[in-house]
Ligand binder design. Structure first.
Ligand SMILES: NC(=O)c1ccc[n+]([C@@H]2O[C@H](COP(=O)([O-])OP(=O)(O)OC[C@H]3O[C@@H](n4cnc5c(N)ncnc54)[C@H](O)[C@@H]3O)[C@@H](O)[C@H]2O)c1
Ligand SMILES: O=C(O)C[C@H](O)C(=O)O
Ligand SMILES: [Mg+2]
Length: 565
């Protein structure tokens, strides 16, 4: 990739001397030119040779390869990010496919678990409940002033790993790294935030090194008031920023989304981003299988935020293909801890209750007990698609998968739980149990599987395909809200990028190495949908495409000129 160093405008900055080397957004290290070293009092603070970013990236890559453990690689890259962000993104741009599993899922899960142990430097904003009177100040103190994208978590449901307290901060940091690396959003515009409302993780509470508030999670009323305070402060400080809710526990995720989605530009990635990537993947896979999504029978294991979010968007898509609401809902079945969700079950959350099967639909089914297990559902409903979002490993057993394959020659199987340790079944097992017939997409990355001398690439169905493009589309169009139609258009744009569209033997999703191009296409469609939904200003198609390009940041240094404070 050619980066246009020369064409970038100079930047006027007021800092000089050692302090300039301390700003990750401004630091260029050995790449400060001779003129800059004179002008900014850097002489003597750097080795003699003036280097290019390519040379710096080469050294960083050599050092990176010396590390044997993924978590050490993660710490190394995060350290570059915290000292020189431009170089960090240059290294990522040069090796995106290889480093994505290091800065993001699955290694980011380990980084969250070990957050207080591997802690080096502060990044982002830590908003703790005991400090709630100072939220306004905390946002003023952020190292970034012109924030356009915030990712916030409260650390309660980090991937499938559960409550990790402020360790969850690793997730907003990782997601925002992808906003930049995959979606071209300048790092100057991004801000990770963790809401520290305590933790119920006893191991962390007992850990003398734990850096968060050592206190059980606060009660519902205090929590809701605290989040409200936070949202109001964000709206005052950056009224037009996009706010992404990430890895909130089931009991809070949907209520927060419903409460705030019409009040600011926000979305929940686990509900809506995941739905968009899963539906995009399914549209592409169904096209390849020769039957539309509305003809599939779909079974979920896990009726939580992700499962129910995906299910509702599948139902929307099926309706746009001609089914009625009731017909579509009959085709989508949810299995949770207590079996299939039916209208007989009490104590369901409202978003689950919308997805129950009517009792008469399963009246003739023979089941071992009152609850209808996943195996029962697979046996009687004969699904063509099986989706795992339970956060529990190994639940797609050989018996279940073989039973599915008995009735479905080309089953689509998507164990989406993260990180790798939580996968419902490994791709190698799925391929062997279906004799190579399954079309597979996992949430975490898996290497291609070789079976009977054939190589099967494994698609990674992760919301990382979606959120960077959504963010870019929102920034480019100036959208004020995130509508369902914007998410739906992101799904369709992703499906249109599927290699399956041109090669029936190809992978269902584009290579991660192509993700910047995918994000651009998603961004254009999202921007167009925002305009059509009336949440962004009118503009021509050409202007939208140009705005997407103009907002796509690339990791190249700019010339600096001095200005006074
Ligand atoms: N691939 C992706 O892009 C992506 C996106 C979002 C979430 N996820 C993954 O999906 C998983 C779930 O996320 P979520 O936000 O829906 O969490 P959640 O807590 O809201 O939902 C999980 C659901 O699984 C159910 N469950 C737990 N054990 C079960 C069992 N033995 N049998 C059946 N159901 C069981 C729970 O009762 C709960 O309803 C996590 O591992 C997360 O990492 C992946
Ligand atoms: O973070 C990921 O890899 C995807 C998703 O948001 C999750 O919570 O698992
Ligand atoms: Mg998540």
């Amino acid at each position: 990739m050619e980066l246009d160093y020369e064409s970038k405008r100079p930047l006027y900055i007021p800092y000089a001397g050692p302090i300039l080397l301390e700003f990750p957004l401004l630091n260029k290290g050995s790449a400060f030119s001779r003129e800059e070293r004179n002008e900014f009092n850097l002489n003597g603070l750097l080795p003699e040779t003036v280097e290019t970013i390519e040379e710096q990236a080469e050294r960083a890559w050599q050092q990176y390869q010396e590390f044997k453990n993924n978590i050490d690689k993660h710490v190394f890259l995060r350290n570059i990010q915290d000292t020189n962000e431009t170089l960090f993104y240059r290294v990522l741009a040069d090796h995106l496919q290889e480093v994505m599993p290091i800065i993001y899922t699955p290694t980011v899960g380990t980084a969250c678990e070990q957050f207080s142990d591997i802690y080096r430097r502060a990044r982002g904003v830590f908003i703790s409940y005991p400090n709630r009177e100072h939220i306004e100040d905390m946002l003023q103190n952020a190292t970034k002033q012109n924030v356009k994208v915030i990712v916030v978590t409260d650390g309660e449901r980090i991937l499938g790993l559960g409550d990790l307290g402020i360790g969850g901060m690793g997730i907003p940091i990782g997601k925002l790294s992808l906003y930049t690396a995959c979606g071209g959003i300048s790092p100057a515009y991004t801000l990770p935030i963790v809401l520290d409302v305590g933790t119920n993780n006893q191991q962390l509470l007992n850990d003398p090194l734990y850096m968060g508030w050592r206190h059980p999670r606060i009660g519902e009323e205090e929590y809701n008031a605290f989040v409200e305070e936070f949202i109001s402060a964000v709206k005052r400080r950056w009224p037009h920023a996009l706010l992404q809710f990430e890895d909130f526990a089931q009991k809070n995720a949907t209520p927060l989304l419903e409460k705030y989605r019409d009040k600011l530009c926000c979305f929940n990635d686990d509900i809506q981003g995941t739905a968009a990537v899963a539906v995009g993947t399914l549209i592409a896979a169904s096209r390849a299988a020769g039957s539309p999504l509305s003809e599939q029978t779909i079974v979920f294991l896990g009726a939580g935020s992700a499962g129910c979010g995906i299910a509702e968007q599948i139902i929307n898509e099926m309706m746009s293909e001609g089914l009625s609401d009731a017909e579509a809902r009959r085709r989508v079945m949810m299995v949770d801890r207590y079996g299939l969700l039916t209208d007989k079950l009490t104590n369901l959350l409202p978003f689950q209750a919308r997805l129950v099967q009517p009792s008469e639909a399963i009246a003739g089914w023979e089941t071992g007990s009152d609850s209808v297990s996943l195996l029962d559902v697979v046996r009687h409903a004969r699904p063509t698609v099986l989706i795992g979002v339970s956060g529990q490993p190994g639940l797609f057993t050989e018996e279940i998968i073989r039973e599915m394959h008995r009735h479905c020659p080309r089953p689509i199987i998507m164990p989406l739980s993260n990180p790798t340790s939580r996968v419902e079944a490994t791709p190698a097992d799925l391929i062997s149990w279906t004799d190579g017939a399954a079309l597979i997409a996992t949430g975490s990355p898996f290497a291609p599987v070789t079976w009977k001398e054939k190589v099967y690439p494994i698609a990674q169905c992760n919301n990382a395909y979606i959120f960077p493009g959504i963010g870019l589309g929102i920034i480019a169009s100036g959208a004020r809200r995130v509508t369902d139609s914007m998410l739906m258009s992101a799904s369709r744009a992703l499906a249109d990028c599927s290699p399956l569209a041109t090669d029936p033997t190809g992978p269902v999703l584009p290579e991660l190495g192509d993700i910047q191009q995918v994000s651009r296409q998603i961004a254009i469609e999202v921007a167009r949908a925002a305009r059509l939904a009336g949440v962004a200003a009118e503009s021509s198609e050409e202007a939208l495409a140009q705005a997407v390009e103009d907002n796509f940041w690339t990791p190249a240094y700019r010339h600096y000129r001095r200005t006074s404070i």
